[in-house]
Design a protein around this ligand. Structure first.
Ligand code: ISL
Length: 546
């Protein structure tokens, strides 16, 4: 399948645990994905990114891998996987796997053998001695834990884990680790996958274990963010593994800034095809993501523009399995859930880059309706809650923090119908299903030709068929308090994308009068002087077929 990932591709991310359960264990599975392939194809996407489906003790829902070449039994078998690849291919869809190589599970054979004292495997991990009862360094941890855990009881030895205690970091100074990863990637490429989403890829290579300069979050990160060692590894993986298979890679790059992103995805450097940056996810936070504030649309616009202008090409996304649902961030969402979701579809499909749609986004799913911490499963949420308790933050505020920021907000099961358990499972769902599944579900959307789903499909189809959207340049023309507008241009042909990012009626900017034709809008009727709440329009100077 020769797809130009930069122009023709629209990716759909599946969080397998929450997609569709076919065996009644309350957890989604591969057969569920196969069952829904016609639905996925009907969206018009041509790549599925699967969050991890490898064998895992599930400390971090599969991002703790115990065996990179076997399938998590609750998700199915390797035969199911092969069938998924083949069935997807017949529908013109390629599969992208999640490659988690900063760490393994502590239940991985390598770690077990390291614990058993095998020198070869000790050297796969980052093991360091503490001195005089102290930890090896002052680093922080992504999940608000101590990043060092005792490696052996009798010695003052620790292993590094930037994520949970059950996710020991791999030692990328060891060439054997690189060889192992090459063969893991080839294993999946030989089974027909078309690329990889590389988890926290810019932290894999630690320059040194020296103390870091004190920071509010992640002290020590200057020693491992986008190091030369990491760039070298990426170049090797591209040249020796990805290129021969014609495969591609998107990197999840934490704390990445523009110059870092340029280094990681400049085509001539031969590393990644694109990266997921985080800055636009942080427009409604103070210092750290657990302290949310109002989403100021202008801040969001400025961030999007900055990134659109900086890189010739990049990944575009508003949702994934780690982020709250985007439309839930709008404080004035009110009764405009549908309009806002459609506006975000318009925005996502008209920006320059490869669009990534996260399961449920296409029907306007909202944050989970959790009522207390017992209903939340995510390790990060529990750790943060405990940390906040330790800091003396009152219970009510602690809960508010988690409710708004928990990664489980995006992990609630897919809402297929308004029936019991949204027809996600016949058993007990692993995570509470949102009560709004009665109204917000795929079945209801399929019956509504003017609904949210229909609009997402329309925008995806347009993104794929329209050359200007696929390849045109990007130029911002308006960043008002509420209104964002930009032009896309190719060979003198232009389109104008304009969004009202608020629940209020606003004046239509005067320059819009030069754009005579509305190609698409999320409202049936548009007004010559105003934009309605969360209105989106794609406009042209000459008539364009939508
Ligand atoms: O959500 C986050 C940032 O806002 C972080 O909590 C997240 O851990 C970070 O983005 C890295 O994410 C990736 O690696 C983690 C895994 O828990 C996440 O699900 C994954 O996307 C560790 O493998």
């Amino acid at each position: 399948m020769a797809l130009n990932v930069k122009k023709d591709t629209v990716v759909y991310q599946i969080y397998p645990r929450s997609f569709k359960d076919t065996d009644g264990n309350g957890v989604g599975d591969i057969r569920g994905i196969i069952e829904k392939l016609d639905y996925i194809a009907s969206l018009g996407v041509n790549v599925i990114w699967l969050s991890p489906i490898y064998k895992s003790p599930n400390d971090d829902n599969g991002y703790d891998i115990a065996d990179y070449t076997s399938i998590q039994p609750e998700f199915g078998t390797m035969e199911d996987f092969d069938e998924l690849v083949a069935e997807a291919r017949t529908r013109g869809i390629g599969i992208v796997m999640d490659l988690v190589i900063n760490h393994t599970s502590d239940e991985h054979e390598w770690f077990k053998r390291a614990l058993a004292g095998e020198e070869k495997y000790r050297n796969y991990y980052i093991i360091a001695k503490g001195e005089n009862g102290k930890l090896p360094n002052n680093w922080g941890n992504f999940f608000a834990e101590c990043p060092w855990a005792k490696f052996s009881d009798n010695e003052d030895e620790y292993y590094l884990h930037l994520f949970s205690k059950k996710q020991p970091d791999l030692n990328w100074h060891n060439p054997d680790v690189l060889e192992e990863v090459k063969s893991i990637m080839r294993f999946w490429l030989d089974r027909g996958v078309v690329g990889f989403r590389c988890d926290v890829i810019n932290v894999i290579y630690k320059n040194s274990l020296a103390n870091g300069k004190k920071q509010l979050v992640l002290t020590g990160r200057e020693h491992y963010l986008s190091t030369e060692g990491c760039h070298d590894i990426l170049r090797t993986l591209r040249k020796e593994v990805l290129e021969p298979y014609g495969a591609w890679a998107v990197g999840e790059t934490v704390f990445v800034d523009i110059s870092g992103a340029k280094d990681l995805c400049a085509p001539e450097r031969g590393e990644l095809d694109m990266v997921f940056y985080f800055e636009h996810m942080e427009c409604d936070q103070v210092f750290v993501k657990w302290f949310k504030t109002r989403l100021a649309p202008k801040k969001l616009m400025k961030t999007l523009t900055k990134w659109q202008n900086a890189l010739p090409w990049n990944a575009c996304y508003f949702e994934n399995h780690d982020q709250p649902r985007f439309i839930s961030r709008f404080e004035d969402l009110g009764a405009y859930r549908k309009e806002a979701s459609k506006m975000m579809a318009g925005l996502l499909m008209t920006m320059r880059g490869t669009p990534f749609v996260y399961e449920g986004q296409e029907i306007g799913m909202t944050n989970g309706d959790f009522e207390n911490l017992d209903e939340v499963m995510d390790i990060e949420s529990h750790n943060i809650y405990a940390m906040a308790k330790g800091l003396g933050i009152p219970k009510g505020i602690r809960w508010k923090m988690i409710k708004r920021t928990s990664r489980d907000n995006a992990r609630t099961p897919m809402q297929w119908t308004g029936n019991k358990n949204a027809d996600f499972t016949n058993g007990t769902p692993w995570l509470k299903i949102n009560a709004n599944s009665k109204e917000v579900n795929v079945k209801a959307e399929m019956e509504d030709p003017k609904g949210v789903l229909a609009f997402w499909k329309q925008m995806i189809a347009l993104r794929k068929s329209n050359e200007i959207l696929a390849d045109g340049s990007f130029k911002v023309v308006c960043e008002r308090k509420r209104v964002y507008a930009f032009e896309r241009e190719l060979d003198g042909q232009k389109l104008l994308s304009i969004c009202n990012m608020s629940g209020k009626k606003v004046f239509l900017p005067s320059f819009v009068k030069d754009w005579k034709h509305t190609v698409v809008s999320n409202y049936q009727e548009t007004d010559p002087t105003h934009m309605k709440p969360f209105e989106f329009r794609l406009m042209a100077q000459k008539e364009v077929k939508s």
